[in-house]
Design a binder for this molecule. Structure first.
Ligand code: NAD
Length: 414
């Protein structure tokens, strides 16, 4: 995954004409922390996990990025995702740098108590490197508002009352209105811009969604509310489809009670991976990395792909899709709604002031549309695809901020 994020960075760096040494400086993380986490589980066994936090760049502000609890979490993963966060915060122009981390555990096999203990141990080990003005974690795969609440509480025990240490918290614990739906809402926002550009309405397009967690379920719900038919949804348990459009609120309820979409009676069942090549106008990959590869990119039927997930498209697949004229709205733009409302949450926490949901949503819609237009302008000016354009925009912004902090004799092309 690391080489993939570097690949996209380098493609954009070629457009800018960025010297090799500067590429190395911009790609290398500022700090990478790895900690041992040992907890005695409810089964009376000692369980051993590794926690990661990679802090990539702070030129534009305190570092920001999610925490992922997944058996595949490792330093490479965290580094690649931390890199993406630096470019993502720059694309939407929120005053943060990039970070990412997590624990190599599988919450699906752990009791709530064990999950709580391992989360507290993580905070205890990381408390010196995170903080409201240093690095602010948020939810990602297999982490949620509840876990963010535990993190706030644990950090506050050590450092005093600190709601701004983490975002995506429960509403009753200094969370922000609109945060849980924010990434999905941002996906809907950029799709609205793309459809607008093409002179189409939501009602005219069908949509397939991979992943039905935080991002996928809210994106599906909001896109359906605008009038599109969601014809296929898949998650780690399987897929469900309905040509007349799935009842998304009912599917959300089913998933909450059954741990996945499998078994939902409002549609036919299919093998999860088939969702990528589903006969739909729009594809929203909102699960994990590498969902679209050179093996299935040629069979993708959608004409627009909105990357709800981070890194769902491999570079080989990206090339195939671009050659086929498929519009890809890249992750660092499409899923930036979450970090944008995280910024609102952080700002509300610091000011001890609460915004209502309509203000959050309005400000988010404005930022997402402005970012879409900025990326589109760079793409048009340079005759490049939207992903490369998003990286060009981000590298310029991060580069300029880094340069403005110091006195250098070296001339740089920012
Ligand atoms: P989540 O844990 O809430 O949901 C993940 C979903 O992916 C689940 O529905 C799961 O069943 C599905 N999934 C897992 N493995 C799968 C597989 N092999 N095939 C099909 N589906 C599979 O996570 P999330 O927060 O919705 O994050 C999803 C993606 O969006 C990740 O790439 C994450 O980094 C990215 N993202 C999340 C946020 C956020 O605010 N939560 C923000 C930006 C980006």
């Amino acid at each position: 995954m690391l080489s993939e994020s570097h690949f996209y960075f380098n493609k954009a760096a070629d457009v800018i004409g960025l010297p090799e040494r500067i590429r190395t400086i911009l790609l290398t993380p500022l700090r990478s922390v790895k900690v041992e986490l040992v907890v005695e589980g409810e089964d009376d066994e000692l369980h051993h996990y590794i926690g990661y936090r990679v802090q990539h760049n702070q030129a534009r502000g305190p570092m920001k990025g999610g925490l992922r609890f997944h058996p595949d979490m490792d330093e490479d993963h965290a580094t690649a995702l931390a890199n993406l966060m630096t470019w993502k915060t720059a694309v939407v122009d929120v005053p943060f740098g990039g970070a990412k981390g997590g624990i190599n555990c599988d919450p699906h096999t752990m009791s709530e108590r064990d999950l709580y203990l391992v989360t507290c141990r993580f905070v205890e080990q990381m408390k010196d490197v995170i903080g409201p003005t240093k690095d602010i974690p948020a939810p990602d795969v297999n982490t949620n508002a509840r876990i963010m609440g535990w993190i706030m509480n644990e950090y506050s025990k050590h450092e005093g009352f600190s709601p701004a240490v983490v975002t995506g918290k429960p509403l009753e614990l200094f969370g922000s209105e609109g945060r849980s739906a924010a990434t999905g809402r941002g996906v809907m926002d950029v799709l609205a811009d793309a459809l607008d550009e093409q002179g189409k309405s939501f009602a005219e397009v069908t949509v397939a969604v991979q992943g039905f967690g935080n991002v996928g379920s809210h994106a599906a719900r909001l896109i359906a509310e605008r009038g599109s038919k969601i014809v296929a949804v898949a998650d780690h348990t399987g897929g469900v489809s309905n040509d007349d459009g799935l009842d998304i609120p009912a599917l959300i309820e089913w998933t909450a009670g059954h741990g996945g979409v499998k078994g939902f009676s409002g549609g036919g069942a299919f093998d999860g991976p088939e969702v990528i090549t589903w006969d739909a106008d729009v594809l929203v990959p909102a699960a994990l990395e590498d969902a679209i590869t050179k093996d299935n990119a040629g069979d993708v039927k959608a004409s627009i792909i909105v990357e709800g997930a981070n890194g769902p498209t491999t570079p080989e697949a990206d090339e195939i899709l671009n050659e086929r004229g498929i519009l890809i709205i890249p992750d660092i733009l499409a899923n930036a709604g979450g970090v944008t409302v995280s910024y609102f949450e952080w700002a509300q926490n610091i000011q001890q002031f609460k915004w209502d949901e309509s203000r959050v949503n309005q400000e988010l819609d404005k930022i997402m549309s402005k970012a879409y237009r900025s990326v589109r302008d760079v793409a048009t000016e340079n005759d490049i695809d939207m992903r490369t354009a998003a990286f060009v925009l981000a590298i310029r912004r991060v580069g300029k901020a880094a340069l403005a902090r110091v006195h250098l004799k070296t001339e740089l092309p920012f």
